[in-house]
Design a protein around this ligand. Structure first.
Ligand SMILES: C[C@@](CO)(OP(=O)(O)O)[C@H](O)COP(=O)(O)OP(=O)(O)OC[C@H]1O[C@@H](n2ccc(N)nc2=O)[C@H](O)[C@@H]1O
Ligand SMILES: Nc1ncnc2c1ncn2[C@@H]1O[C@H](COP(=O)(O)OP(=O)(O)O)[C@@H](O)[C@H]1O
Length: 318
C-alpha cells in the first residue's frame, strides 16, 4: 500500500537577541542568540512518487530553487543516505507552501528543511528521536534545529546548540516584509567589514532579556531587544532605518531587524495594538507587506489530520 502523504507545518523565527562574535576559522561566527518561533508558517508535504522532485507555491515561491540547492531537498537526500536509500532517487516528492518570506531573515529555508526531516521520519518509519533529528538538522544549517524545536530558545555555537527558555504569556508582533531579500553570508560579511572600519555598538549581556521573557512584560522586553546584524543590514539596505522609525511612530514598543534581515519585527503591547500598528504601518509605504504574528508557537509538527482546524493568520497588505 502507498503510504499517505505527510504534511508538516513549521514556523518562522525572530531573533530577540543576536550577539555576533568574531569569525571562526570555519567561516562561521560564534553567536549568542534568543530565538522565538512566531505564527507565520510554511507547510511541507512529502509523498511517495515515481518522479521525485519539488514544487513550491505561495509567498516568494518564484525565488525558491526547485533543484538540488533547495534546503528541504538537501534534507531529503541526507536522510535517504542515513537510511540507506539512494539519495539520487529517494522516491519522494516535496510540495512546499510558503508563508515565510524568502531570504527575509526569518529562516524559511531552514524551516522547510526541518519540516522535511520530520515528515520523512514518519513516511519512512525511521523512528529517529528528537535528538537524532536535531543532529541531522544542524548538518543542514545553523537555524534548522530551532525550527524543529520552536518555542523560545537560547542558541549558542553557530546557533545550533539550543536550550529552551521560559517565556511567560504571548508576545504580539507586527512583521514588515521588504520588497527584496538579503543573503545571510553577505550580511555577516558586511558586519565584519563595519567592525574593521569602526566599532559599531554591540548588544549587551543576554540575561536581562531572559528575565524580561520570564516576566512576560512586553514593555520590559522591548527595552532589551538587540541585534548585532542590524547595523550591517541597515548599511546594505538604508531604507530599513525609515521602516524601523515608522513602526515605532505607529505605536510599537520597539522595532528590530529580524536576524540578517531585511524583515523588521515590531513588538506591541497586546493584540489590539498590533492590529492598529499593522494598519498604520501598511499605510506608510515603507515596506511591501505587513503581517501580525504571535510568539512563541510550537516548532515543526505533523498536521495531516487537523487541516480543518487551521487558523487563518490575520494579514494586512500594504
Ligand atoms: C543570521 C541567522 C540568525 O538566526 O539567521 P537568518 O536571519 O539568516 O535567517 C543565522 O545565524 C543564519 O543561519 P542559517 O541561515 O541556518 O545559516 P547557515 O546556512 O548555517 O550559514 C550560511 C552562512 O551564514 C554565515 N553564518 C551563519 C551562521 C553563523 N553562526 N555564522 C555565520 O557566519 C556563514 O557565512 C555561512 O556560510
Ligand atoms: N526551501 C527554501 N525556502 C526558501 N529559500 C530557500 C529554500 N531552499 C533554498 N533557499 C534559498 O536560501 C536562501 C535563504 O532563504 P531563507 O532561508 O528564506 O532566508 P534567511 O536565510 O534570510 O532566513 C534564499 O536565497 C533561497 O533562494
Amino acid at each position: 500500500m502507498v503510504p499517505t502523504p505527510i504534511t508538516v507545518r513549521v514556523p518562522a523565527k525572530v531573533n530577540l537577541h543576536l550577539a555576533v562574535g568574531d569569525p571562526r576559522p570555519d567561516g562561521y561566527h560564534e553567536l549568542i542568540t534568543v530565538f522565538q518561533a512566531v505564527s507565520m508558517t510554511d507547510e511541507v508535504t512529502v509523498l511517495v512518487a515515481d518522479e521525485p522532485g519539488i514544487d513550491v507555491h505561495g509567498e516568494g515561491a518564484d525565488s525558491v530553487p526547485t533543484g538540488p540547492s533547495n534546503l528541504a531537498w538537501k534534507a531529503v537526500r541526507l536522510l535517504a543516505e542515513r537510511s540507506e536509500r539512494d539519495p539520487e532517487e529517494p522516491g519522494v516528492r516535496l510540495s512546499i507552501s510558503k508563508g515565510i518570506p524568502v531570504a527575509g531573515g526569518m529562516a524559511g529555508g531552514s524551516a522547510d528543511a526541518a519540516a522535511a526531516l520530520l515528515a520523512l521520519n514518519h513516511l519512512w518509519r525511521l523512528e529517529l528521536g528528537r535528538d537524532e533529528l536535531c543532529d541531522i538538522a544542524a548538518q543542514l544549517g545553523s537555524d534548522v534545529p530551532f525550527a524543529l524545536q520552536g518555542g523560545t530558545a537560547l542558541g549558542t555555537g553557530r546557533g545550533e546548540r539550543l536550550v529552551p527558555v521560559l517565556a511567560r504569556h504571548t508576545f504580539h508582533w507586527v512583521i514588515a516584509l521588504d520588497r527584496r531579500g538579503l543573503e545571510t553570508p553577505t550580511v555577516f560579511g558586511e558586519l565584519d567589514r563595519l567592525r574593521e572600519e569602526s566599532k559599531p555598538n554591540r548588544v549587551g549581556e543576554v540575561e536581562p532579556l531572559l528575565e524580561a521573557l520570564a516576566s512576560g512584560d512586553p514593555r520590559q522586553l522591548a527595552l532589551l531587544l538587540g541585534n548585532d546584524l542590524q547595523a550591517a543590514a541597515v548599511s546594505l539596505r538604508p531604507g530599513l532605518r525609515r521602516t524601523l522609525r515608522a513602526g515605532v511612530q505607529a505605536g510599537a514598543l520597539a522595532g528590530i531587524v529580524s536576524g540578517s534581515g531585511p524583515t523588521c519585527a515590531f513588538l506591541c503591547t497586546d493584540a489590539d495594538s498590533a492590529v492598529r500598528v499593522a494598519a498604520e504601518l501598511s499605510g506608510a509605504g515603507v515596506c511591501r507587506t505587513v503581517r501580525v504574528a504571535q510568539g512563541p508557537v510550537p516548532g515543526a509538527r505533523i498536521v495531516s489530520d487537523d487541516r480543518a482546524d487551521r487558523p487563518t493568520p490575520p494579514q494586512v497588505h500594504a
